[in-house]
Design a protein around this ligand. Structure first.
Ligand code: ZN
Length: 206
């Protein structure tokens, strides 16, 4: 693979999808939209078609900037949950570190979502948690609900989608099941190794 450092104004050639032919290009700084059209990365070096002015290629040197912009592009995950689930998250965060902020809830959720999505925690455990949680936290009609709202990176949104797909649970069910597992591990079992690990995370994030 060719790894050349390009500079502003440099000429090259590339196939332009708009012109549908090999065209000469000029490297210039441009705001380039992400391939899915959601958001853009600002002011990166790109190969611009000399015929139509469209961006036809992004050199390797711009890839880290694209990734960074992608990573920072946060999206909300939201769920209306019986208030007890938020209380579980708050208590778990408090047990790990009594000085932690509610921001640490998000760290716990993301860690667990990712461990389930990556397969480190098996899918069967999530399904088991789903069955157990409706038993443990019975929902009554007219019960108080609170909104869980977290801004997360696209990677975590993908993790959540993967889990929904693989388990056929809804987003709210996945979130409840994950919170149930946090309840079992952090509030009930307090496994020393896990508590040490979470304690270290709370120093970094909370
Ligand atoms: Zn073109």
């Amino acid at each position: 693979m060719k790894m050349k450092l390009y500079e502003d104004g440099e000429k090259s050639k590339a196939v332009c999808h708009h012109c549908k032919q090999l065209v000469s290009t000029t490297f210039a700084r441009r705001d380039v939209p992400f391939s899915d059209g959601k958001g853009e990365v600002k002011n990166i070096l790109a190969a611009v078609c000399d015929v139509c002015g469209n961006v036809v290629a992004v050199p390797a040197q711009s890839t880290p900037a694209v990734r960074e912009a992608r990573r920072k592009e946060v999206r909300p995950i939201e769920a209306q949950l019986p208030a007890i689930y938020l209380d579980v998250l708050d208590l778990a965060a408090y047990i790990v570190d009594s000085t932690s902020s509610t921001e640490f809830r998000k760290v716990l959720m993301i860690l667990y979502l990712h461990r389930f999505a990556s397969g480190e925690f098996p899918r069967a455990l999530l399904i088991k948690a789903h069955r157990a949680t409706s038993e443990r936290f019975k929902e009554r009609r007219g019960e108080a609900r609170r909104r869980l709202s977290m801004k997360v990176t696209p990677r975590i949104v993908e993790d959540l989608k993967t889990l929904m797909h693989d388990t056929t649970l809804s987003q709210t069910e996945v979130i409840k099941s994950v919170i149930y597992q946090i309840h079992a591990d952090v509030i009930e079992s307090r496994k020393p190794e896990l508590m040490r690990e979470l304690g270290a995370l709370s120093v970094v994030y909370a």
